[in-house]
Design a protein around this ligand. Structure first.
Ligand code: TYM
Length: 327
């Protein structure tokens, strides 16, 4: 009974990076697994202040976008993290099994706490809540971008420690990192990740961008001063990023795309990438609009949360029992 699970945090817009890093691999793999879980990590969103009205709208947009991207609600259990009260309860039990030192080593925490002088306690315990998300349903694989790999590894370490202390309770999860597109870079600064919360929207493609916006952003993407379309992340981070995007969206090997552009210039290549991205995103947007307006979403979420709660309740009671907090 192999299982797959992942989640996205509804902060900022849903980006092409999110699609390529987490959703596209899940869509590709959903039929090969017995159980698949996909949720909106709305509790995680709160670690940094969100405008409540905007957050409410965004949560719904994310769910509609999941399905528009090809996630099949008949196959995949889709739910909101915050509607499952056992997840934060499990998270507390796991917090007491997590060492302060290992949580302090999380790169994302170090980076985000540096940016924010008054960061919340939640920003620090964030990876433990993520461990609860992953461990409660005994998932085997977690498709994520490379930036989340360390968090999935922490979940695995915490699970191992719990199993060792209290007896076999959790299946050990493994991060699933797609070969290409593990980290889609910012188009303006291809040395950093394309991120929802970026200050410069010109570097970020969102799943809500128009064809004109996509084309403009890709045609103006930062590249180098050479002319050869060749994958080289060190010397040609901009071109390599576009090659990665093109490879994932066209399902073609990077080398084959390089061959198509021998003797041509960057302008031709960018035009090709812009068309690929525009086509993909426009098709998704058409589905998205009709979904957003239908009452299908609530039915899908009601069904999803029921299943998620049943599983989490069972795991929570098992943990409590093993830890000795019973009457
Ligand atoms: P989040 O919301 O930052 O990102 C969602 C997913 O998208 C991936 N991703 C990218 N992949 C490739 N290139 C990029 N530029 C890029 N930007 C984002 C992320 O790696 C992630 O897979 N903590 C998680 C949400 C979460 C979660 C979980 C994930 C909460 N609980 C349990 C898996 C399992 C997060 O903030 O992802």
């Amino acid at each position: 009974m192999a299982k797959l699970l992942t989640g996205l945090k509804p902060t900022g817009e849903f980006t092409l990076g999110n699609y390529i890093g987490a959703i596209a691999p899940l869509v590709q793999m959903q039929d090969a697994y017995d159980e698949v879980y996909l949720f909106v990590a709305d509790l995680h969103a709160l670690t940094i202040y969100q405008d409540p009205t905007e957050l409410r709208q965004r949560i719904r947009k994310f769910i509609a976008m999941y399905i528009a991207c090809g996630v099949d609600p008949a196959k995949t259990t889709i739910y909101l993290q915050s509607e499952n009260p056992y997840i934060p309860a499990i998270s507390w039990l796991l917090e007491c099994t997590t060492q302060f030192g290992e949580a302090s080593r999380m790169i994302q925490f170090k980076e985000k706490s540096k940016k924010n002088e008054n960061f919340s306690v939640g920003l620090f315990t964030y990876p433990v809540l993520m461990a609860a998300d992953i461990l409660y349903c005994d998932t085997d694989y977690v498709p994520v971008g490379i930036d989340q790999k360390q968090h999935v590894e922490l979940a695995r370490d915490v699970a191992e420690r719990f199993n060792h202390k209290y007896g076999e309770t959790f299946r050990l999860p493994t991060p699933y990192i797609a070969k290409e597109g593990t980290k889609i870079k910012d188009l303006k600064d291809p040395t950093k990740k394309m991120s929802k919360s970026d200050e410069n929207p010109q570097g970020v493609i969102t799943m809500f961008d128009s064809v004109e916006q996509i084309t403009k952003k890709i045609m103006r993407a930062t590249t180098d001063s050479e002319t050869q379309v060749k994958f080289d992340e060190e010397k040609k981070p901009g071109i390599s990023n576009l090659l990665n995007i093109a490879s994932v969206l066209s399902n073609r090997r990077i080398e084959d795309i390089e061959t198509d552009f021998v003797g041509k210039n960057y302008g031709d290549f960018k035009k090709y990438v812009a068309e690929l991205v525009s086509e993909k995103i426009s098709a998704i947007q058409q589905k998205y609009q009709s979904l957003l307006e239908s009452d299908e979403l609530d039915k899908i979420l009601d069904k999803g949360i029921k299943k998620s709660i049943a599983l989490a309740q069972e795991k929570y009671l098992e943990m409590k029992e093993k830890m000795g907090i019973v009457r």
